[in-house]
Design a protein around this ligand. Structure first.
Ligand code: UFG
Length: 330
């Protein structure tokens, strides 16, 4: 029996593969390498290069690898890109998820874990935001993920497929042992971009808006270490194997940091006082987005191990230096 990890050559997926390998699971990765890297898939996990929308390939894979559970990361994740290319996002995140779920149902795969997002909440009225809060995505990205949550909900009612949809807050950092990290050159996420500014890969860091109704005027987010995030997936897999029922669960720490606090942390940890410029708000940013974490603790027994902004930044910085050293050497 094996676990199929879609998007396992990408940022979060590659960390999942490390954790599954460490747990002694048999792992097969399906990735089309649109944003992932073959070297990111650690052995003994197997990499199959292909698309999750290719049902003939997925059906064959599920059968030959005796897939018992699917952890589905593959998808498009850049919010502004989703506004420019909504149909591309609905294709990748919704239509192809549908194709994958259909293969899972037809082959009798029992467990499905889905990468959802806090973007399904849009601009929440209250923080921390609970899973019961209103769902009002304000980008095609958020809508495309919410539609997949809905497909899973309805499918699990009709067929013996149990799922957990994890709504990620702001995932950051890198494997503390330096085995993987965020490698996409065109990164947009704050900690990655700030670390690049600290290492001189960018001339400056832009702060998108300082007039939000928060203590220092910048947006507040719940930054979760990627290793804790993948540990939550392992806990979700155990939960489903133990007969847990289908659930949607927030995945964050329940505390938030402002953009200025993150910048301070990056300057402190790196020892570099890089240039920072204030620019107007970026459209679509909620002022604050912090996870309600009651459900994840109660259902999955998940306890964060790396809830420390400086540690998240240090691991992200370590990985960025590693990437630079490799770039310089090649
Ligand atoms: N920010 C800057 N400058 C930058 C980059 C980001 O000021 O160069 C700010 C953003 O405006 C925002 C905060 O830093 O206030 C965090 O921005 P990110 O781009 O790192 O992350 P987001 O909060 O926009 O996005 C995250 C996830 C998405 C998810 C979204 C839900 O990455 O997948 O939360 O709101 F959809």
């Amino acid at each position: 029996m094996s676990v199929l990890v879609t998007g396992g050559a990408g940022y979060i997926g590659s960390h999942m593969v490390l954790a599954l390998n460490d747990a002694g699971e048999d792992v097969v990765v399906l990735d089309n390498l649109s944003t992932g890297f073959p070297w990111a898939v650690a052995e003994p996990a197997k990499l199959v290069i292909g698309d999750i929308g290719d049902q003939a390939l997925v059906r064959e894979l599920i059968e030959t690898e005796k897939v018992e559970a699917i952890i589905h990361f593959a998808g498009s994740i850049v919010v502004p890109d989703s506004i420019a290319d909504p149909l591309g996002y609905y294709l990748n995140n919704t239509c192809k998820s549908r194709a994958l779920i259909e293969c899972a149902v037809d082959a009798g795969v029992k467990h499905f874990i889905f990468s959802s997002t806090a973007a399904v909440y849009g601009m929440p009225e209250e923080n921390p935001v609970s899973e019961e809060a209103a769902l009002n995505p304000i980008s095609p990205y958020g809508s495309s993920k919410l539609m997949t949550e809905m497909m899973l909900r309805d499918t699990a009612l009709a067929f013996p497929l149990n799922y957990v949809a994890l709504r990620y807050f702001n995932v950051a950092g890198a494997d503390p042992e330096g085995r993987s990290g965020q490698s996409t050159p065109r990164a947009t996420h704050l900690i990655k971009v700030a670390v690049q500014a600290a290492l001189g890969e960018r001339p400056k860091l832009d702060v998108f808006g300082t007039d939000y109704p928060t203590p220092d005027g910048t947006c507040i987010r719940d930054y979760i270490h990627v290793s804790d995030l993948v540990a939550a997936h392992l806990a979700a897999l155990r939960y489903l194997r133990d007969g847990g029922r289908s659930e949607v669960i927030n995945c964050g720490y329940g505390n938030g940091y402002s953009v200025f606090q993150v910048i301070e942390a990056v300057k402190r940890v790196s020892g570099v006082d890089f240039p920072v410029e204030t620019v107007p708000r970026r459209p679509g940013d909620p002022a604050a987005l912090v996870a309600g974490v009651e459900r994840i603790g109660k259902l999955l027994g998940w306890v964060p191990q790396r809830d420390d902004l400086d540690q998240i930044v240090a691991d992200a910085l370590g990985w960025e230096k590693h990437l630079n050293a490799h770039r310089d050497a090649s």
